[in-house]
Design a protein around this ligand. Structure first.
Ligand code: ATP
Length: 221
């Protein structure tokens, strides 16, 4: 499937950002769990030049091509290229603002982020505006608690917490929910390290993605 068109449909849209360098079963499984739990479309949104980390190992067009291969054969998870197409750093507040304009004021928009990213929100550009644009869905691992938050974050989230998915499906923005997921023990860095060492990351990512990596000669030492 090509890039998602923001205007289609009426249900919630969830945004799952990452470097996807390369995409693997950990990303796909967790995105699928969000799609099922919220009964929504999930946009996998690869970052162009991530503001918080170094340059990715594969160029944007390659990371998008690998995502397209990974997403073939289903239509709940979609590729959204908007951050790749923008030059310069991408800030979540700008991306969600653009999506909000396209979706209109009523359609639920959910920003999915890992627990560590959630905790670090006060260091993000214009982070206080995020809840005006979208719901926040913080993913935690089993036995991981989201307590002892930074006091500013704690205060900004007061009154927003909910465990009711229907509120995220009905209201456009402003709620915060914790989603417990069981992450698969796989990471992009582990896959890049295996490839650079001449080992195969087979069974950690879709075979079509691995075939593409090998054909294009990506992540070689
Ligand atoms: P790297 O190893 O290069 O840091 P990564 O595998 O963590 O990469 P990212 O593209 O940085 O992948 O992650 C995008 C999002 O996917 C983040 O929210 C991250 O928490 C989540 N994620 C990454 N790996 C997993 C996994 N195995 N299970 C669940 N979520 C994951």
């Amino acid at each position: 499937m090509s890039a998602a068109s923001a205007g289609s449909g009426t249900g919630p849209v969830a945004v799952f950002g990452g470097t996807f360098d390369p995409v693997h079963f950990g990303h796909l499984r967790v995105a699928w769990e969000v799609a099922e739990r919220l009964d929504c479309e999930v946009r996998l949104m690869p970052s162009g030049r991530p503001p918080h980390r170094g340059q990715p190992g594969a160029p944007p067009a390659q990371r998008a091509a690998m995502l397209e291969l990974a997403l073939a054969g289903q239509d709940r998870l979609r590729l959204d290229r908007r951050e790749l197409e923008r030059s310069g750093a991408s800030y979540s507040v700008d991306t969600l603002g653009a999506l909000r304009e396209e979706l209109g004021p009523e359609r639920p928009l959910v920003f999915v982020l890992g627990a560590d990213a959630f905790r670090a929100l006060p260091s993000w550009h214009r982070w206080r505006e995020l809840t005006g644009l979208a719901h926040l869905l913080a993913m935690t691992r089993p036995r991981q608690r989201l307590d002892r938050l930074d006091p500013d974050l704690h205060a900004a989230m007061a009154g927003r917490w909910t465990g009711r998915t229907e509120l995220l499906q009905r209201e456009p923005a402003g709620r915060v929910m914790v989603l417990r997921v069981t992450p698969l023990a796989v990471s992009s860095s582990q896959i890049r390290a295996a490839l650079a060492a001449g080992r195969s990351p087979r069974y950690l990512l879709p075979q079509a993605v691995l075939d593409h990596i090998q054909a294009a000669g990506l992540y070689r030492a």
